[in-house]
Design a binder for this molecule. Structure first.
Ligand code: NAP
Ligand code: ZN
Length: 348
């Protein structure tokens, strides 16, 4: 039997989010039912709630940085038991058969992964996210929260964490490498902490003069105010890798100039055309690349959670109540969050 649970949903692009009764599917043999305790607030939640990508179906329950406790397991579940602390990130299913899925990169499933919200799930119904009391997810897409990680501040690791960890991991960041991070927000502050923990020399690019000291406190070896031409120029030709987390189209030219020969700028921000158009002369003269990266696979996400528990990397969070979500979105749009809101789901 399906269960009705409380949730918070967006009903159209312009109104506030509000309470909604949501139906969760029955717990099938391979399913884990999770009582949600904490959910992070990602900029993608806002993009989706406001239909910035033009593909939102309403009502929509956002939230893909989910941490909770197992409340029920299906008869075939082997990895989890009732009472375990677990987590769910941006994806809840994939085809399991394509090359990407076989190589543990379900985020690049050739048939398209099933997102935690805004997709169509196994039951043929829209998937709905973590701003809710409970979620039912197939065992293979559930992560274990390692001992030693604070469950509340672990929530943002499930999207902001893995999205920033994955390109650093893919490019084998380590001692001797010089890494840049653009945008000190949810993703950016995690990219900064991960790159420092991996042993790189890290340059933080920010548009906010007020974040200069914060960036240094979080471990940045250099902080560049990207609006200051002289500071940018002093960084030209120095970096091996840049992780770009800016949530709006923006000029890449200055950042590409900061890459050394063979350098790579990895975009994680919004999907769509960039403005202004890119001058490819900046790439050709230096064999440089602009690339992209999406979240991470399930195995890599578990690896990232374990890395955090071992290395002590944590997210900087501001805990909020569920009914603060509309103000939280306004503050996110105004770039006024240090550095991730996490909803205490007990307040729902
Ligand atoms: P966020 O917390 O709002 O942080 C974005 C940061 O970018 C801001 O703190 C700000 O840093 C900078 N910024 C904001 N507006 C800017 C502007 N107009 N020009 C230049 N810089 C600006 O957002 P987030 O949650 O980290 O998400 C960042 C982006 O990644 C979003 O578009 C989100 O949808 C996307 N995302 C992608 C993936 C993926 O898999 N690829 C996963 C999750 C999220 P400063 O003040 O330091 O400049
Ligand atoms: Zn996200």
């Amino acid at each position: 039997m399906t269960t009705t649970v409380k949730s918070y949903a967006a009903f159209d692009p312009d109104s506030s989010l509000g309470a909604w009764d949501l139906e969760r599917r029955v717990t099938e043999p391979k399913d884990v039912a999770i009582e949600i305790r904490y959910c992070g607030v990602c900029h993608s939640d806002l993009h989706s709630a406001k239909n910035h990508w033009g593909n939102t179906h309403y009502p929509l329950v956002p939230g893909h940085e989910i941490v909770g406790v197992v409340s029920e397991v299906g008869s075939d579940v082997t990895k989890y038991k009732v009472g375990d602390w677990v987590a769910v990130g941006c994806l809840v299913d994939s085809c399991g058969q394509c090359g990407s899925c076989h190589e543990n990169e379900e985020q690049y499933c050739e048939r398209g992964y099933i997102g935690t919200y805004g997709a169509i799930g196994r039951d043929g119904k829209p998937t709905q996210g973590g701003y809710s009391q409970k979620i039912v997810v197939v065992e293979d897409f559930v992560l274990r929260v390692p001992e030693g990680l604070d469950p509340a501040s672990a929530a943002p690791l499930l999207c902001a964490g893995i999205t920033s960890y994955s390109p650093l991991n893919f490019h084998k960041v380590g001692p001797g490498m010089k890494v840049g991070v653009i945008g000190l927000g949810g993703l950016g502050h995690m990219a900064l902490k991960f790159a420092v923990a991996m042993g790189a020399e890290v340059t933080m690019f920010t548009t906010s003069a007020s974040k200069r000291e914060e960036a240094a406190r979080l471990g940045a070896h250099h902080v560049v105010l990207s609006t200051e031409r002289a500071e940018m120029k002093a960084t030209f030709n120095t970096l091996d890798l840049i992780v770009d987390t800016v949530p709006v189209p923006h000029d890449l030219g200055g950042y590409i100039r900061c890459l050394r020969r063979n350098g790579n700028l990895v975009m994680t921000g919004p999907i769509g055309l960039q403005e202004p158009p890119l001058n490819n002369g900046l790439l050709i003269m230096g064999r440089k690349a602009v690339s992209g990266s999406a979240i991470g696979g399930i195995a890599e996400t578990q690896q990232m959670l374990d890395f955090c528990a071992e290395s002590g990397v944590t997210c900087e969070v501001e805990m909020i109540a569920m009914d603060y979500i509309n103000e939280a979105y306004e503050r996110l749009e105004k770039n006024d969050v240090h550095y991730r809101f996490v909803i205490d789901m007990a307040t729902l």
